[in-house]
Design a protein around this ligand. Structure first.
Ligand SMILES: [Fe+2]
Ligand SMILES: [Fe+2]
Length: 223
């Protein structure tokens, strides 16, 4: 990694010392590596924008709350940091767009190639074996359940805003990784941009399916 990126990595690492294990600097570096993989062989990608955006995309993660969106805050922090480091304004704007659009919920869709790659790479980290590990870290962070016996339809009706699949979770303590998988993670491939990313997502989802099949059987007992 070149010096300027190492410097940014150090800044981010410091900000994320108190982040949970699913959103620490290792998450940032996994997404960084996935971004490079997705960008490889693609034309017209500004690697400086991509690398800088991925390193800074979750810098404000620990400030996430009901009221504060970490993507918005991370974009603002990135703008300040990069301004101080003397980055040209047009680059800063493009980097900020990638960061802001990495999260679906901000309502800002990725417009540029770099933003689409960051979006895809970040979502891939919610899938597969690593996605399972991170889902259980989420459980601990929000005092949620490792599983719940509530039927899915009932859960949607009772715990999602408006009784809609994409409604916000009312009470996170009633959520579980299997519910997350059924309602959100399974749908990720349709939301990704790059064919390469969709392919990886499908492979990771196959792995998750076998994990949750086994998981559900063990809950019932007998194996
Ligand atoms: Fe994020
Ligand atoms: Fe992220």
């Amino acid at each position: 990694m070149e010096k300027k990126y190492q410097k940014l990595k150090k800044i981010v690492e410091r900000k994320l010392t108190k982040a949970d294990a699913g959103h620490d600097i290792n998450h940032v570096m996994r997404v960084y590596n996935s971004c490079l993989y997705l960008a490889k062989g693609e034309k017209g990608i500004d690697l400086e924008i991509l690398k800088t955006a991925v390193l800074l995309h979750d810098i404000a993660e620990i400030k996430e709350s009901e009221r504060t969106c970490h993507a918005k805050l991370s974009a603002e922090m990135a703008q300040k940091i990069l301004g101080k480091l003397g980055y040209p304004q047009d680059k800063i704007d493009k980097i900020a767009h990638c960061i802001l659009a990495h999260r679906y919920r901000t309502g800002v869709k990725p417009r540029t190639k770099e933003a689409k790659i960051l979006f895809d790479a970040d979502k891939l980290d919610s899938l597969g074996a690593i996605g399972i590990a991170r889902a259980f870290i989420w459980v601990e962070r929000h005092r949620a359940k490792i599983y719940t016996n509530l039927p899915l339809k009932k859960y949607i009706k009772e715990n999602l805003m408006g009784g809609r699949i994409n409604g916000r979770i009312k009470d996170k303590t009633k959520h579980s990784p299997l519910i997350e998988y059924e309602l959100k993670l399974k749908r990720i491939p349709n939301r990704l941009h790059a064919r390469k990313a969709k392919k990886i997502a499908k492979g990771r989802l196959n792995y998750m399916k076998s994990f949750f099949d086994r998981f559900s059987k063990e809950i019932k007992g007998g194996i």
